[in-house]
Write a protein that binds this ligand. Structure first.
Ligand code: GDP
Ligand code: MG
Length: 597
């Protein structure tokens, strides 16, 4: 296909507005995927993604579509739909000339719709508005169109009405892609520059790189150079994604494809890097390589200490496919050997944890997530501290800075008061309120990331009956009056329960935390004191009273199978416990600090 008949586009949408369903329909209608091999949500191909209905990693697919008797080649580059992965969104948009803006016609513009559409407009993409779910009785496409025009300032006179589920409007969308999105510029004669938008590790072939050729051409056997990492390789295989990999001889400027070159580490070919030829180098790499920085850290400890080597192997393997995952060994007297891991956000953390348990059969205790503090010490050193138990002592530190995020919430006006209350309670600083329509407002706050990690999103959803949405971005560090709160159980310090809190909140957090721990930790054969301290000063204390746990006595000595069942049940209940000194502490206790009233 000549370059005039190539179109590169992506789909941007708020989560649940129907992006994956639409992508599936486009693949089906263009015959890219035969219906017998059609699994629902073809592009979300990790099991977890399908189950959770979210897109985590980018994927791409090439479709053939005939328009006015001519064959066209449409490359769909998918984008992840969750805020944790927004850095991947800008990568994929940079590889496109246009985007479908999918908005649920029964809902309207949401926070992530806005964030992503602004990114697309900044990248000069042609944006095609698509009103999805028009089959729903509650759909109000004309109201939503008005909203898009008012809020985004995007002309919606030729917006497309669609039902991805019922297959309505799909051909119109395909025609609009051909007619409205410009073809890529023709620069096949220039030195090669290709933008990597995704990569993954394959056990047999090494790292497979997905990219869009911006300038020049690349073919099998070429010696290629990754400009940021400086590594060079010979291309073993070059191909397109249709959406399964299909080998071709050569890829030209404007095309999207993959390379396999026996690359050993994803770090050699990172997302955002530029591929060029070793012997005919491009002068400048393509703009915008930004490393994904982990924002949230937590400890991962095997319940069974023997699983430590397995945990290391599993993390090594996961990292091959997930350059954003960071980890280093951590030892704690309470928990034994484990790892301190860094994640993009809470969802990312949950996903990694779940994959470790599911795909690698590990039983883990996860400690409460922490952000990264900058600690200014009296000796002039500046320490990045992502683990509250490692915070330099009071006398050794001058000040602490914490990461601040800008949060934008979109909400129906009825919930404005409640969300303002929530934000203020989380040390949020009010910045702006705008009515985007008569009934909906956008609220902007600056807030410590530490206050958002945890249940902020859940609170936002429950206080707004599910109608509010949010988007956040990191804006910088700010000094704050923070102190460390420690927890003693049965007189022993439990480092993973240490937390860094604002001074004004220390007492209330201490009280709530000890009460919550008392609820969560099962009673033991002896009395167990639970205390919260600042330094050596106890600020809150509770106690678990002793019990004699003699469950078998209830069986009156009779039925042996019933006895066995009971013992089994007890054993299962124990699975997620970590023995700290003489006390068994359940997984929930390590997360208690996130769920205080
Ligand atoms: P994504 O998060 O944007 O990828 O959204 P999905 O494609 O996973 O869709 C979210 C939910 O909306 C799923 O339950 C879909 O079945 C449903 N859905 C998607 N498109 C339509 C549509 O056109 N009509 C209706 N009624 N439901 C839809
Ligand atoms: Mg999806």
């Amino acid at each position: 296909v000549p370059i005039e008949r190539i179109r590169n586009f992506s789909i941007i949408a708020h989560i649940d507005h129907g992006k994956s369903t639409l992508a599936d329909k486009l693949l089906q209608v263009t015959g890219t995927v035969q219906s017998r091999e059609m699994k629902e949500q073809f592009l979300d191909n990790m099991d977890l993604e399908r189950e959770r209905g979210i897109t985590i990693k980018l994927q791409a697919a090439r479709m053939r579509f005939a328009f006015e008797g001519q064959p066209y080649c449409l490359n769909l580059i998918d984008t992840p739909g969750h805020v944790d992965f927004s850095y991947e969104v800008s990568r994929s948009l940079a590889a496109c000339e246009g985007a479908l803006l999918v908005v649920d016609a029964s809902q309207g513009v949401e926070a992530q719709t806005l964030a992503n559409v602004y990114l697309a407009l900044e990248n000069n993409l042609e944006v095609i508005p698509v009103l999805n779910k028009i089959d729903l009785p509650g759909a109000e496409p004309s109201r939503v169109i008005q909203e898009i025009e008012e809020v985004i300032g995007l002309d919606c006179s030729n917006a497309i009405y669609c039902s991805a589920k019922e297959g309505i409007g799909i051909n119109e969308i395909l025609s609009a892609i051909v007619q409205r999105i410009p073809p890529p510029p023709n620069s096949a004669g220039r030195p090669l520059r290709a933008l990597i938008f995704d990569s993954y590790y394959d056990a047999y072939r090494g790292v497979i790189v997905y990219f869009r050729v911006i300038d020049g051409t690349v073919k099998k056997g070429d010696r290629i150079l990754f400009m940021a990492s400086g590594k060079d390789y010979y291309a073993d295989e070059v191909g397109v994604l249709s959406p399964n990999q299909l080998q071709v001889d050569e890829l030209y400027a404007g095309e999207v494809g993959y390379i396999s070159a026996s690359i050993r580490s994803v770090a050699d070919a990172r997302v955002g890097d530029t591929i060029t030829h070793y012997s005919r180098k491009a002068e400048e790499s393509l703009p915008g390589y930004k490393e994904a920085t982990p924002m949230v850290f937590c400890g991962l400890f095997p319940i069974d200490a023997d699983q430590f080597p397995d945990l290391r192997d599993a993390l090594d393997k996961l990292q091959l496919n997930d350059a954003a995952l960071k980890f280093e060994p951590e030892t704690s007297s309470a928990m034994g050997f484990g790892f301190r891991c860094g994640f993009l956000g809470l969802l990312h953390m949950e996903i990694v944890q779940e994959r470790l348990e599911r795909e690698y059969n590990l039983s883990l205790i996860t400690t409460a997530p922490s952000v990264v503090y900058k600690v200014f010490c009296t000796n002039g050193e500046i320490v990045d501290c992502s683990n509250p138990s490692a915070l330099p002592e009071q006398g050794k530190r001058k000040s602490i800075e914490e990461p601040i995020v800008k949060i934008e919430m979109l909400t129906p006006k009825d919930y404005i008061g409640s969300l303002m209350e929530l934000s203020q309670d989380r040390r949020g600083e009010f910045k702006e309120m705008k009515f985007i329509t008569e009934n909906r407002a956008s609220l902007t706050y600056e807030m410590p990331l530490a206050e958002m990690v945890g249940d902020f999103f859940d609170q936002l959803k429950s206080r707004s009956k599910g109608y509010a949405s949010m988007e956040y971005s990191f804006i910088g560090y700010k000094e704050s009056d923070l102190i460390k709160l420690d927890v003693l159980i049965n007189g022993e310090g439990v480092e993973p329960l240490s937390t860094i809190v604002h001074k004004d909140k220390a007492y209330s957090v201490g009280r709530a935390l000890t009460q919550k721990l008392k609820e969560l930790i099962p009673r033991q054969m002896f009395k167990v004191p639970i205390q919260a301290c600042i330094g050596t000063k106890v600020i809150a204390s509770e106690a678990l009273s002793a019990i004699r746990k003699d469950v078998l006595a209830k069986c009156y000595g009779g039925d042996i199978s019933r006895k066995k069942k009971l013992l089994k049940k007890q054993a299962a209940g124990k699975k997620r416990m970590k023995a700290i000194g003489k006390v068994d502490v359940p997984q929930e206790a390590f997360m208690a600090v996130l769920k205080l009233e």
